[in-house]
Design a protein around this ligand. Structure first.
Ligand code: PBG
Length: 331
């Protein structure tokens, strides 16, 4: 055949594929989510195989291993004792609470590690909602006051980035102001700008015992049917002073990541959430798919869509595979 265009020439061997590759993953793209609890023992999390609820010592060691693999950042999720949960979630701004203790331990052991924290009330709230509940309603402005105290408390303990995942309106501006007033103008805000009311969070809520006691999160998290609304949220957060915007979940929302990437000059993060992780884990445990290959493919897809920062429970395994950063990963 007389074919001047033969796209296969650019795929003919690993070297040419490396030269023509459009997207390359590296360990530096990843943020490792870590669960912790107030206990001396490290507990394997049944609902999330491969994940652990860490003691403080275990947490410090795990973060050290991630750092050694080239992963620059971790994000902390605490499992709070039921006895500390209240309607107003006061434990969320306890200076001696689990998260502040963990931040201090991590920054002491690994000063160069980027410590990111979750700002939301669900682990601390007896209602299991991200905000304060009154007569079944999630209060917006009252919640923001508590979130500000939580973020300042995390900043004071040494957090580098606070990440509001609560989806209250106006919280980014309020957090920025509260942090600046308290002298933490260097602490960044990574906003979960586009967070959908997703069923993919199920295993996470099981891991933390943080599922809502009543109702769902649909009055604050976004409707999975909506695409334009994502841009509205991102532009608001950008105006309010967010440093990084996030889309969550990732895998089923690649169109949203791509839209967001085009609409803002801020760094875009995406969260490959617990349900996404578990679907790959369980399918590969039964031998239905090749875990490493599908893991790498899911991550490259998220990056290709436009996310330069990826929160993933696979961070360590993927970083290990990437090793020399060839970019071909497990495919
Ligand atoms: C809550 C929060 C959730 C996740 C991160 N922060 C759950 C929720 O909104 O119900 C989910 C992460 C995951 O599923 O891996 N503030």
């Amino acid at each position: 055949m007389d074919l001047p265009n033969r796209p296969r020439r650019n795929r003919k061997n690993a070297g040419v594929r490396a030269l023509t590759r459009e997207t390359v993953l590296s360990a530096g793209d990843f943020v490792l989510p870590l669960f912790l609890h107030d206990s001396e023992v490290d507990d394997a999390i049944e609902s999330m195989p491969g994940c652990t609820r860490w003691s403080l010592d275990g947490l410090v060691q795990e973060a050290g291993e991630a750092l050694a693999l080239g992963i620059p950042a971790v994000v902390l999720f605490p499992a709070i004792d039921d006895s500390l949960k209240t309607k107003m979630a006061e434990e969320s701004f306890n200076r001696d609470g689990l998260v502040p203790q963990a931040i201090r331990a991590l920054k002491t052991a690994h000063p160069e590690l980027v410590v990111m924290t979750d700002v939301a009330l669900d682990p601390y709230n007896s209602d299991g909602h991200d905000g304060i509940v009154e007569n079944g309603e999630i209060l917006n402005d009252e919640t923001i006051e508590v979130l500000c105290r939580q973020a300042v408390c995390q900043a004071e303990a040494g957090a580098d980035i606070v990440a509001p995942s609560d989806m209250m309106d106006g919280r980014v501006a309020a957090l920025r102001e509260a942090l600046d007033l308290a002298g933490y103008e260097k602490v960044s805000i990574c906003s979960y700008s586009v967070k959908y009311a997703s069923s993919y969070y199920g295993p996470f809520r099981g891991a933390l015992g943080s599922a809502p006691k009543a109702g769902d999160k649909k009055t604050y998290q976004m409707d999975p049917a909506n695409r334009r609304e994502a841009i509205r949220e991102v532009l608001l957060d950008e105006r309010e002073g967010a440093d990084i915007v996030m889309v969550k979940p990732a895998g089923a929302y690649l169109d949203i990541i791509s839209d967001v990437r085009r609409q803002t000059s801020l760094p875009v993060a995406a969260y490959q959430v617990s349900g996404e992780y578990l679907m790959i884990k369980s399918a590969s445990a039964d031998g239905w798919v090749d875990e490493e290959a599908v893991m790498m493919e899911s991550l490259i897809a998220i990056k290709r869509a436009g996310a330069g920062i990826i929160l993933t429970y696979f961070a360590k395994s993927a970083a290990r595979l990437l090793g020399g950063v060839t970019g071909e990963g497990g495919q």
